[in-house]
Design a protein around this ligand. Structure first.
Ligand SMILES: CC(C)(COP(=O)(O)OP(=O)(O)OC[C@H]1O[C@@H](n2cnc3c(N)ncnc32)[C@H](O)[C@@H]1OP(=O)(O)O)[C@@H](O)C(=O)NCCC(=O)NCCS
Length: 192
């Protein structure tokens, strides 16, 4: 199975580099990191999986065949430190590609000792920057549980606002429009 780019649009950004991070397509060699992060209740609980995902090796193999092998372009990425060994510290993926309207994203910094150092917000902001520069996407959305304070705080730092609340108040969709992103950049530059 290979993925299709909607409406003949070019592939989504495949390789994004920021001050401290590299976001690159997920490869088979990343499976052990992904399995560790997905099975870690500390990583998965904030987004609603208090026991972790409990992926065994067979589940991982299925996932790799579905999302990595033979894909025309990546929708699942690994967030690495921008250093010689490019240590993987988290994952980033496109949950829905509805361009030109919107792209839905999700992410996890799998190494919990690195939470709160700005890596999550840097990953989202740098991907949004490249995505919006392509002129083929007008917004980015992110769904979170409403009790996921870390994710909500991270998203607000980047400029996301709450678009709507759903599932009896358990979840919220947060939105960053291209216009809001550009206004924010313009304002920051004007004050620097
Ligand atoms: C959400 C997540 C990606 C954020 O990554 P991160 O690298 O810690 O993000 P940042 O450091 O850029 O920003 C997090 C901010 O939230 C703050 N924060 C962390 N936990 C918090 C909490 N419980 N309440 C309020 N703020 C919190 C941090 O202090 C930081 O703010 P600051 O820079 O003003 O100090 C990471 O916590 C994670 O992987 N969580 C598990 C998976 C998940 O929930 N994913 C989101 C759903 S898509």
């Amino acid at each position: 199975m290979t993925n299709q780019v909607p409406n003949d649009l070019p592939p989504l950004p495949q390789h994004v580099v920021s001050d401290r991070l590299i976001i690159r397509p997920t490869k088979r060699k990343d499976a052990s990191c992904l399995q560790k992060w997905w099975n870690d209740p500390a990583v998965m609980a904030p987004d609603g999986n208090p026991d972790g995902m409990q992926y065994d090796d067979s589940d991982m193999e299925d996932w790799l065949r579905r999302y990595v092998d033979g894909q025309a372009y990546a929708t699942h990425f690994v967030i690495c430190l921008r250093e010689p060994k490019e240590k993987p510290i988290g994952e980033f993926y496109i949950a829905c590609d509805d361009r030109p309207g919107c792209v839905d994203i999700a992410l996890a910094i799998g190494e919990t000792t690195l939470w709160g150092r700005g890596y999550g917000s840097e990953a989202v902001e740098s991907y949004a920057k490249v995505l919006f520069a392509s002129s083929e996407c007008n917004a980015v959305r992110l769904d979170t549980r409403r009790d996921n304070s870390g994710a909500i705080h991270m998203a607000k730092k980047v400029g996301f606002v709450v678009e709507h609340v759903w599932a009896n108040g358990e979840f919220q969709t947060m939105l960053l429009t291209k216009a809001a992103y550009e206004l924010r950049q313009y304002t920051a530059e004007a004050h620097s």
